[in-house]
Design a protein around this ligand. Structure first.
Ligand code: SF4
Ligand code: SF4
Length: 362
């Protein structure tokens, strides 16, 4: 598949033209410091990272995109099906599946990895048809990172920085306000086929230029390989670290809501009061850090303390889901949870403290 070397402004014009006949989503500013993947309209102002001055001109950071782009595939609230009861009392559901084609452009490597993890998770066991219907009709245009998002980022340590899997097209900033545009799938190549972009004669040199531009190390690093961090977390059930970090937790659930790999939900059935033989089932995002998340019939709560809930959240990212799916864990190191937490409870620091205490606390 041939790649292209394109002026950044030319590529942005192409995205804007594409958005006239496709549903294109891009990180657009919603305040001075936050962005949201929003539908590109004719007056939307799109900005991409500059190679020569990525820090100053950096238009959007993954950690500042709230909610993460995966929420366009798994919304916080959605209608699953309507239902009607017939005269024999049997209920007939009509699923509401979203097969609309969409393009998410400007997806950073950590979010590409989060979407790849969700693809595996949502396709496992009884697959989630709602997620898969959206995902099957979604194209991803990834965008490289030349600078860490902020002081909360640890994407390289979490194995996300060089993630490309799942992207149909991948963009890498180049000197002189240009972009390396690489199609990575047939669908990506088809989308670019009529763009008229000039071919790139040396893709390896372009990639090498971007690699040399990144600081080394890139963002925060654990003091041991990720596999050892994951082992330390797994062995830390009794550690005092949980209480130390959760002591100031408000149990607000924000860390769950902003996380690109959190997926818990609750369902609700609503009957139509004017036509009691019909109704709708909806689902709504839930959060394991909320106090009543683990409350069961009879009022018993098997994760009553914030420390127990924090341990569950961290174990799920570093232990439970990796045990089931393999790989480098379900925390992609985007830093959103630490950045958004009012009291700065930070999963990187928790994992670092567990690693430091490994052995004594197990
Ligand atoms: S965002 Fe912070 S305060 Fe809120 S539940 Fe998560 S760790 Fe606790
Ligand atoms: S746990 Fe925090 S750092 Fe890890 S993926 Fe979720 S939001 Fe990002």
């Amino acid at each position: 598949m041939g790649s292209y070397l394109v002026e950044r402004s030319v590529f942005i014009d192409w995205i804007s033209r594409l958005a006239r006949h496709e549903k294109v989503y891009f990180p657009l500013p919603v305040s001075k410091s936050s962005f949201r993947f929003s539908r590109v309209r004719s007056r939307s102002r799109l900005a991409l990272e500059d190679f020569d001055d990525p820090r100053q001109a950096k238009p959007f950071r993954a950690s500042a995109c709230i909610p993460p782009p995966v929420r366009l595939l798994a919304p916080d609230n959605e209608l699953l099906f309507t239902f009607r009861r017939d005269s024999a009392g049997d209920c007939h559901p009509t699923p509401v599946l979203d097969h609309n084609r969409r393009i998410l452009a400007g997806v950073r490597p950590c979010d590409l990895k989060a979407i790849a993890l969700m693809d595996r998770f949502q396709g496992d066991g009884i697959a989630d048809p709602y997620y898969l219907a959206r995902r099957g009709n979604t194209l991803l245009i990834g965008h490289d990172c030349l600078q860490p998002c902020d002081e909360y980022c640890f994407c390289e340590a979490a194995g996300s920085l060089s993630w490309r899997q799942g992207a149909d097209i991948f963009l890498t900033p180049q000197p002189q306000a240009r972009l390396l545009v690489e199609p990575l799938t047939d669908q990506g190549a088809a989308l670019l086929a009529d763009a008229g972009f000039p071919a790139c004669s040396d893709v390896q040199a372009c990639r090498a230029r971007a690699a040399a531009r990144r600081p080394t190390p890139f963002a925060r690093q654990f003091k041991a390989p990720l596999a050892r961090v994951m082992h330390a977390v797994a062995e830390s059930w009794q550690s005092p670290v949980w209480e130390r970090h959760a002591g100031r937790c408000f149990s607000c659930g924000t860390c769950n809501l902003v996380c690109p790999t959190c997926s818990c939900f609750d369902v609700r059935d609503d009957f139509n009061v004017e036509d009691p033989d019909s109704g709708r089932r909806t689902r709504h995002r839930d959060a394991c850090m909320l106090e009543d998340f683990a409350e069961v019939a009879g009022g018993y709560n098997f994760r009553k303390s914030p420390a127990a809930r924090q341990r569950h959240r961290v174990m799920r990212k570093f232990v439970y889901l990796p045990q089931r799916f393999g790989g480098t864990g379900f925390c992609v190191g985007c830093g959103r949870c630490g950045r958004q937490c009012t009291v700065a409870i930070d999963i990187f620091t928790i994992a670092t403290d567990l690693l430091a205490g490994a052995g004594e606390a197990a």
